[in-house]
Design a protein around this ligand. Structure first.
Ligand code: GUN
Ligand code: ZN
Length: 438
């Protein structure tokens, strides 16, 4: 049966059913590739995927098929760590983390006390994300609860799958940003109003250990114990000045991670941004709890924070995800994030394959966020969130693609050369939500 909500798209399709492994060719069965494929949508979900010649006989008569045979469709990109409230301070010159926070970030976040500003930036941020091919993100608001109301309201209007939270911070920042006792009560109200509503989810969001008292982090841990379906997002071990500060503020703690462990913040739905300056003991403890580190390569390069060690993560079993960390990151694009990840990897002698990169950006990130039964793959019953990529978007990309003989080479060219010009369309919830100006 078809209905008016059915959509048929003919294109090259790529999706990862499993981790492709570290080799130069993907592990058998991990990659699903249809050079001439058909994607059949019913309402908000994918109904069928396959080779065109296989699916075509089961198609109803008199349907119209979108012919995207010169395009490549992948699952929508996922960004596990980003600050929508920092969109307007992206590319602020010349500071490292703690000065950057004081000079640019905190003053900017103060503006979110104004609800009209929060609404305008929520919409601007979502437009930018969709332009970059990102359909799901785990997002920091500011400490003002209204910043999260504005963001979720904007996401709900477009039926996006998004996770977000109000920043908790009750010390060591400008008074205008400190939430004190109301921080937890405001988080509870936001959870009640938004968590599990449609495709929205709440992430409890203590900014990082230096800006929350132990009492506030303990209370955040209590929220998580009370509802294990909540997410947790914060920052960990990004910068050496930050490490010294945490050691000073928590003299009784064995190390940085144990501050979060004692508060009950480390679990399978926890994302810790950065994790550059960890030892293997901390990596193993994160692995045991099933938490993930958000690797934010453009941010780590921009703030001069350090080079994330992917090999150490793999050796210790610590999960990591790919993220932009706008406004310290310099690129909202998944392609740009993978390009920076490749460059960081090269500086560490750990080059990143395109298979690993695109798996990570889609299925891998979905899995780390416990969303892998909903998004991250092109497969029946999955939510219809995907990107339509134009491999001819720029003349250089087009030249390089023409000289590629394998799929691996083409994907690597996209990872290194593509940007939002290569995102022809972004679909979420079965609807085309962004189309590039041709
Ligand atoms: N550590 C605490 N807050 C922040 C932030 O907003 N951005 C980054 N990159 N690191 C942080
Ligand atoms: Zn961040």
């Amino acid at each position: 049966m078809t209905s008016s909500t059915d959509t048929f798209i003919r294109a090259e399709l790529i999706s990862f059913a499993h981790d492709p492994g570290e080799g130069n060719t993907p592990c058998p069965g991990s990659l699903e590739h249809y050079a001439d494929g058909l994607l059949w949508l019913k309402g908000q979900h994918i109904h069928a995927v396959g080779h065109f010649y296989e699916v075509a006989p089961s198609l109803p008569e008199n349907i119209s098929i979108l012919d995207y045979r010169d395009k490549l469709i992948m699952p929508g990109f996922i960004d596990t760590h980003v600050h929508y409230v920092q969109l307007d301070i992206v590319a602020s010159y010349g500071r490292q983390l703690l000065d950057w926070l004081n000079d640019y970030t905190f003053p900017e976040e103060c503006r979110f006390a104004n609800h009209a500003h929060a609404e305008a930036l929520s919409n601007a941020f979502i437009d930018e994300m969709l332009r970059a091919g990102t359909t799901t993100a785990q997002v920091f608001g500011s400490s003002h609860p209204g910043s999260v109301d504005a963001f979720f309201t904007a996401c709900q209007k477009r039926d996006l799958r998004m996770i977000a939270g109000k920043v908790l911070m009750d010390r060591n920042a400008p008074d205008a940003l400190l939430d004190g006792a109301s921080g937890i009560a405001d988080s509870e109200r936001l959870i009640e109003d938004w968590h599990g509503k449609g495709r929205l989810g709440y992430s409890v969001t203590p900014r990082f250990a230096p800006t929350s008292t132990k009492a506030q982090m303990d209370a955040a841990g209590a929220l998580l114990r009370n509802d294990p379906t909540l997410w947790l997002q914060t920052h960990l071990a990004e910068n050496s000045g930050e490490l010294d500060w945490v050691a000073e503020l928590f003299p009784g703690s064995q190390d940085y991670l144990s501050v979060y462990e004692k508060a009950g913040l480390v679990g399978p739905r926890s994302t810790f941004a950065h994790g550059i300056h960890l030892d293997n003991g901390m990596r193993r403890r994160l692995a045991e709890r099933g938490a993930n580190i958000a690797f934010c390569p453009s941010s780590n390069l921009f703030l001069g924070s350090g080079l994330f060690d992917r090999e150490a993560a793999k050796e210790t079993g610590m999960a990591f995800t790919y993220a932009t960390d706008i406004g310290a990151g310099t690129d909202l694009s998944g392609f740009g994030t993978l390009k920076s990840a490749y460059q960081v990897g090269q500086l560490r002698g750990q080059p990143l394959t395109a298979w690993q990169g695109f798996y990570g950006l889609t299925h891998g990130n979905a899995k780390a966020l416990s969303l892998d039964s909903h998004i991250g793959q092109l497969a029946p019953s999955y939510e219809a969130d995907f990107v339509v990529i134009d491999p001819q978007a720029t003349s250089l990309l087009s030249r390089r693609i023409k000289h590629s003989t394998t799929l691996g080479e083409r994907l690597f060219a996209l990872m290194m050369l593509a940007d939002d010009r290569a995102i022809y369309e972004t679909w979420a919830g079965g609807q085309c939500q962004h189309r590039r100006d041709s």
